[in-house]
Design a protein around this ligand. Sequence first.
Ligand code: FAD
Length: 413
Amino acid sequence: MPLGLLKYGLSSKYPARRHFPPAKDLKRSYDVVIIGGGGHGLAAAYYLARDYGITNVAVLDKGYLAGGNTARNTAIIRSNYLTPEGVRFYEESMRLYRELSEEFSYNILYSVRGHFTLAHTDAAMRTSRWRAEVNKHLGVDSELIYPDDIRKLCPSMNLSDDVRYPILGALYHPPGAIARHDAVAWGYAAGAARRGVEIHQMTEVTGILTENGRVKGVETNRGTIHCNKVLQAVAGSSSLVGKMAGLRLPIRTIPLQACVSVPLKPFLDQIVVSGSLHVYVSQSSRGELVMGGSTDPYALYSTRSTLDFKESLLGHMLELFPFLGEVSVLRQWAGMTDMTPDFSPVMGLTPIENYYIDSGWGTWGFKATPICGRTMADTVATGVAPKLIEPFRLSRFDEFAQVGEKGAASVGH
Ligand SMILES: Cc1cc2nc3c(=O)[nH]c(=O)nc-3n(C[C@H](O)[C@H](O)[C@H](O)COP(=O)(O)OP(=O)(O)OC[C@H]3O[C@@H](n4cnc5c(N)ncnc54)[C@H](O)[C@@H]3O)c2cc1C
């Protein structure tokens, strides 16, 4: 348990703590400008300040703090990917996640649940076995299990043969977890702000200033800001902001929807994902079922919700948990996800000097927040991308060196 929390719990008074220092005026120049005040941008700011002493930094967000995909995701954290590049990267992120509550002295509600990726076909069983082997080889706890094992771990799941897609087995990843997404962003924001980083909400970047192939600053709705370095971390808007800098990114932006049920008594410990049924679900600490599925079938810049999505998702949910037939949906929402052709992110240097990118986070970037912050801070501070993110460089698309991450399909966040 974080020491700060323990002290707070045992104290006789509970004074309200101001979470962030009051906002400052926007200056005309900074050493570093970070575009995007989501988890990734804030984490990068935090590690820039903590590890490199770089604090003359402005994080600019066109909306409110972490109001983009950070506030909309379903908070699944896991590292049982398929490529060695992906597994190493997400495993390091999980290691950092486990330390975050302690590090922030602020509870991010990190909750280890165990993660099932259900297999309904022979092909899915083969892929699960393959993934389990890659995972184990890299030290990640992951194995293929069969219906009897699933029944013991998750007795409420319908394992009968009398359904459209009977369950043949599952890739089981015991460390799979969830956390409170807002708390992650607030923890990073507070830590960065306490070290001197400025966070400016309602500040939209409308242009990128370059000279002789080098970034010089940004245009915003509040005026021009000069700076030496820029990091773009704007999931869902990566192509739009990249275009301002003259970059053409291999990204399509597609809506991803999710919903929650009314709160129920706890019955589901695990996170359950089914690619064949296009559904995933976990139960939050409040008792709500947090549910989602595949991305919408078309590219679009919009965060509207649709009845189609809800109908098909809930039909599939009932195949797994038929007793939920009378349960109501409480809320539905959507985010915009930047999908890359190989389901891996795009991180690191760009052809523009001192302009760095953290993008292509599709449906899987929440779990990467701490490691993205660490590695992007390193890249911005040193001008060199660390080895861990080198495979995700933008230039891989010119070099035919894609990292085909089949462990990150649009359902398996
Ligand atoms: C429904 C849904 C479910 C998901 N579930 C999971 C999951 O279970 N697990 C997982 O790992 N990932 C999941 N994801 C993906 C995850 O949410 C994202 O990959 C991650 O949050 C990206 O974080 P970020 O900080 O890069 O982006 P964001 O939080 O979106 O932050 C980007 C910020 O940039 C700002 N911005 C954009 N344009 C500009 C501009 N021109 N000027 C200034 N600011 C700008 C936006 O306002 C926004 O606040 C899910 C996504 C969605 C939509």
